[in-house]
Write a new protein. Structure first.
Ligand SMILES: Cc1cc2nc3c(=O)[nH]c(=O)nc-3n(C[C@H](O)[C@H](O)[C@H](O)COP(=O)(O)O)c2cc1C
Length: 358
């Protein structure tokens, strides 16, 4: 399934080493002001080739809008946006058809598609497919902005380095975008970058956690049961390659809390009903409470590492020591920050359109 959404739908297309990757977006309200440079800025945040924390693959990721935006406004028709793949080197990938990489999609994809899939650069399982999510999400965030809804994703953990201080969101909005790892605190970000560099030196990789906050949502966004904010947001987040966990508000910590600790007491602030704490992560009964929606996404360490690993030859069923060559992100997290943020925007817009908020 390469399509996501009900009223606001993103369909992603392309493969990592084919001619292009991109998205077809349906449901963007006609007349919405959509700046291509805002979409480009989000793609730039995701693009590889930025120093030691990302893959050395050099892609300019230049956005081409094929249809759906005219004179800076959505036409109401499908918006098609793509980026060309320019820096492809597929030489390493044939070997993985016979000797699958541990931790990557090679083995199940080969069995499912009988070897007919485009395996070059990971094909449709590549992190590069998330460029389409960024295109669709960066359109959605511009529509949401007009309704006073904004989103901020930030890296709060890389390997063993954890951001312990609470950086005000107004500050984080600026600092995250200038940090190589997407961390709101400069000193912690430096240690995170060091953690990635050390893993890379050791021919290894690290994972991490991205926190996403959605501010300014009106009360009541979300649909009953299977359309709850958690259900739909988690489905989107788990579609991002490399994601291993998603938790809302207090998440797994809630299991060890008492009801008296976990319940967020209601209060009135400036005439608005708020809660004094936000263990609910801004969601009750699957609907937004008006408090910030808060969730965290855990990424595994990148599977493609340069140190020798145990695999098998799928033809002669013998063990093989696999040495992966090619260009890979030593940590997925820094490049996934704009992916989480923008794909979350697409989910929010879809739910707001379903709920009649436009
Ligand atoms: C932005 C981004 C970049 C990624 N870069 C790489 C990479 O360079 N090497 C790699 O092995 N996996 C990378 N991944 C993760 C793989 O695509 C993913 O682990 C693989 O498809 C298997 O899927 P799974 O981890 O969800 O099971 C990346 C993921 C994202 C979101």
């Amino acid at each position: 399934m390469n399509e996501f959404g009900t009223r606001y739908r993103i369909g992603i297309f392309g493969t990592s080493h084919g001619p292009c990757v991109g998205a077809k977006v349906e449901g963007c309200p006609a007349g919405s002001r959509i700046s291509e440079s805002v979409i480009q800025a989000e793609l730039d945040r995701r693009s590889p080739g930025k120093g030691t924390v990302t893959s050395p693959r050099r892609e300019r990721d230049r956005l081409e809008i094929i249809s759906g935006i005219r004179n800076g406004k959505a036409t109401g028709g499908p918006i098609v946006g793509l980026i060309r793949n320019l820096d492809t080197d597929s030489s390493a990938y044939d070997a993985f058809l016979r000797v699958p990489r541990p931790g990557h999609a090679d083995l199940p994809a080969m069995v499912k598609y009988g070897g007919h899939h485009d395996h070059r650069g990971g094909g449709q399982f590549s992190g590069r497919m998330t460029a389409g999510l960024v295109i669709g999400g960066a359109i959605a965030r511009q529509v949401l902005e007009k309704k006073g809804v904004s989103l901020l994703a930030q890296t709060v953990q890389i390997g063993g380095v954890i951001l312990r201080k609470e950086v005000p969101l107004s500050v984080a909005e600026r600092t995250v975008r200038t940090s190589a790892v997407g961390c709101a605190d400069r000193a912690t970000g430096d240690r995170m970058a060091q953690e990635i560099a050390e893993a890379h030196e050791a021919k290894d990789s690290v994972g991490g956690v991205i926190r996403c906050s959605i501010i300014g949502l009106p009360v009541g966004v979300g649909e009953p049961f299977f359309g709850s904010i958690e259900s739909v947001m988690a489905a989107m987040m788990f579609s991002i390659p490399g994601v291993k966990g998603v938790e809302f508000g207090s998440g797994f910590r809630a299991a060890a809390m008492k009801g008296s600790e976990h319940n967020d007491p209601f209060a009135v602030k400036d005439g608005r009903i708020v809660t004094k704490t936000n263990n609910a992560g801004g969601i009750l009964g699957g609907l937004s409470t008006g408090m910030p929606v808060e969730f965290r996404v855990a990424f595994k360490p990148t599977s493609s590492i340069a140190r020798p690993q145990l695999s098998v030859d799928v033809i002669d069923k013998k063990p093989v020591e696999l040495q992966i060559k090619g260009r890979h992100d030593p940590c997925i997290v820094p490049r996934a920050v704009p992916v989480v943020e923008n794909s979350a925007a697409a989910v929010v817009l879809d739910l707001m359109l379903q709920g009649g908020f436009f």
